[in-house]
Design a protein around this ligand. Structure first.
Ligand code: VAH
Length: 322
């Protein structure tokens, strides 16, 4: 990757990925774009609606992008409330990204999700290759997206690559409209109020990963030797499987009287129950060396430190490595 165009750069992933990319490739080589105007000017920024194919192509062409990291999307719960808008943005935006990558001979990364799996996929250590019958519009978008990316690779030779992200936990930017957002909110609520009311029920296990591991995985995958990539669209990746009680128990090691209550959101609970409890990540480990650094313990230490406005502990892996 030399000149990188990022869409959705002000979202949960983009807010950490863009600064990391700029530290590695140079500020002027990373063009941040989003539908929203920038809240602070830092390096090249373009306000871009990814559903506008002409604008997408012209922006990538103008900056000579050789890699596109297409993050702009509506997440699961928001998509379930407005499925037609989700189809328009998630599929229309991806098709514009693919067409732009094809015409400019650029690499393309786009996130997939554990949401590609439905209730009839194996729940524990869900295999890289297994039945994908999601019951959400978001999941349908992600399965169709994986197939579209693989089609562009096979038919046009576009270097498409993707990751099936679990719930991503970060302190930099709030998540927006996801089912797994509770796992971010719980840390801020713990640090500020000493308690949290979870909309996901106890015993509902999902995969999670700390954002620094997700950011490194994107860069590692995009720089990997393409000859070794078999399951390029898209790889199972995760760092831990947890339910609200496990997160609370880890938080109580720092805030002993942390209180966890429940007010289950039927829509988000239904989505969460349709997803795997844990993924198998062997393909990513074998094909490009995926190895997350953060455990639940280390992530909790860092999340509580940032959420409480303190500096994180010095020992062990750091959220934003220099
Ligand atoms: C969501 N955070 O909750 C996203 C993600 C696996 C979950 O796709 O929709």
């Amino acid at each position: 990757m030399k000149t990188i165009l990022v869409t959705g750069s002000m979202g949960q992933i983009g807010s950490e990925l863009v600064p990391r990319l700029r530290r590695i490739y140079g500020e002027d080589h990373v063009i941040a774009t989003d539908i929203r105007p920038p809240d602070k000017e830092q390096g090249p920024y373009v306000q871009l609606d990814v559903t506008d194919r002409r604008a997408f192509y012209d922006t990538a062409k103008r900056y000579g992008a050789d890699s596109i990291l297409h993050l702009a999307a509506l997440l699961s719960a928001r998509a379930e409330r407005d499925p037609l808008l989700a189809w328009e943005i998630n599929m229309g935006g991806l098709l514009n990204a693919l067409e732009t990558a094809r015409e400019l001979n650029a690499q393309l990364f786009t996130p997939s999700s554990i949401g590609v799996f439905g209730p009839d996929a194996p729940k524990d250590r869900t295999p890289q290759v297994t039945v994908q019958r999601p019951v959400t519009m978001y999941g349908v978008n992600k399965v169709a997206g994986e197939l579209l990316c693989q089609y562009y690779f096979l038919k046009y030779g576009v270097d498409t690559r993707g990751l099936r992200f679990p719930g991503l936990i970060s302190h930099t930017a709030p998540p927006g409209g996801g089912t797994t957002d509770y796992a971010v909110d719980i840390y801020f609520a713990a640090a500020r109020h000493g308690g949290y009311e979870s909309y996901i029920a106890a015993g509902t296990f999902m995969d999670f990963m700390y954002m620094p591991d997700a950011v490194e995985a994107v860069i590692q995958l995009m720089e990997a030797d393409p000859s070794g990539l078999v399951h390029r669209n898209a790889y199972n990746v995760t760092a831990m499987s947890a339910d609200p009680e496990m997160l609370a128990a880890e938080i109580r090691k720092h805030i002993p009287d942390f209180r966890l209550h429940y007010r289950v959101d039927p829509l988000k609970q239904r989505i969460a129950e349709s997803w795997p409890d844990s993924l198998d990540t062997t393909a990513a480990e074998n094909e490009w060396g995926f190895r997350p650094r953060f455990t639940l313990e280390k992530m909790t230490e860092e999340m509580l430190a940032f959420a409480g406005g303190r500096n994180p502990p010095e020992d062990g892996p750091r959220g934003n490595s220099p």
